[in-house]
Design a protein around this ligand. Sequence first.
Ligand SMILES: [Zn+2]
Length: 298
Amino acid sequence: MAQAKNIRGGLLAKILTAVLLVWAAGLHAQGEVHIQPLAGSVYLITGPGGNVAASIGEDGILLVDDKFEKVAPEIRRAVASIKSGPIRFILNTHWHHDHTEGNKVFGKESIIVAHENVRKRLMSPTRTDFGARPALPPHAWPIITFDESVNIYFNGEKIEIRHFDHAHTDGDAVIYFTKSNVVHLGDIFFNPMFPFVDLNNGGNAAHLAEVVDQIVATIPQGARIIPGHGPVATRQDLIRYRDMLKATTQLVKKAVEEGQSLEQIQQSDLLKDFASWGEGFISTRTWIELLYRSLTKQ
Ligand SMILES: [Zn+2]
């Protein structure tokens, strides 16, 4: 009996230690914002929240997304290690706060550009599968919006900003630095993971494969591709992601058409060949749910 208690006690201590280590790592990670040159004028800024692209050059500084408010000072420090001066433009790939909350800080000095629906979402309280999100203050709202596309000529290159509808949300933009040959896909691309799709705000998991297929067709060879989350990718990585989306969508669609319930599909081994994609942010179980809800409009 005493021995059993000891074993249990030892196990408990191990679990507690593991929990503390993960917690400490999380705290540490919050202070980790790094900048690195990527290609041409474009730098990559990593750390908590979505990946950030920075165009830094003669015309000044432009950011694609700006993470969380609490790491804005670190983003500023990272950029200033390359070049001093204000951040002239912020482009938001979509409204989620892990990509836009820095607007609360940078919006006082920068011109924020985004799809019209990003402005709409940031102006009022919103809800996702992860809970309620408050509105951002007026100075954090985009002041230039677009419906389909807009170009910015900055640091010696054309930056093409193009909207793709009903993908991760209803306000997604893809940003292409044409001379540096870098593309930021926002959360249309989680690399290499099943993506989160915001069905409460116009996203459609079952439509995502088609959107990524359209994007693949526009991306030149040799382009560096920045996903919303995960490491920088090649065109080949994006094609692999598209193929996963196509295949898993087809499998779940067929099961839905055969009359299977969400629980039945989740309990089957339908997506067993794609298990590694479920080890990131979104589990296989949740990905099936996102596809099921998109296919049945639930
Ligand atoms: Zn997102």
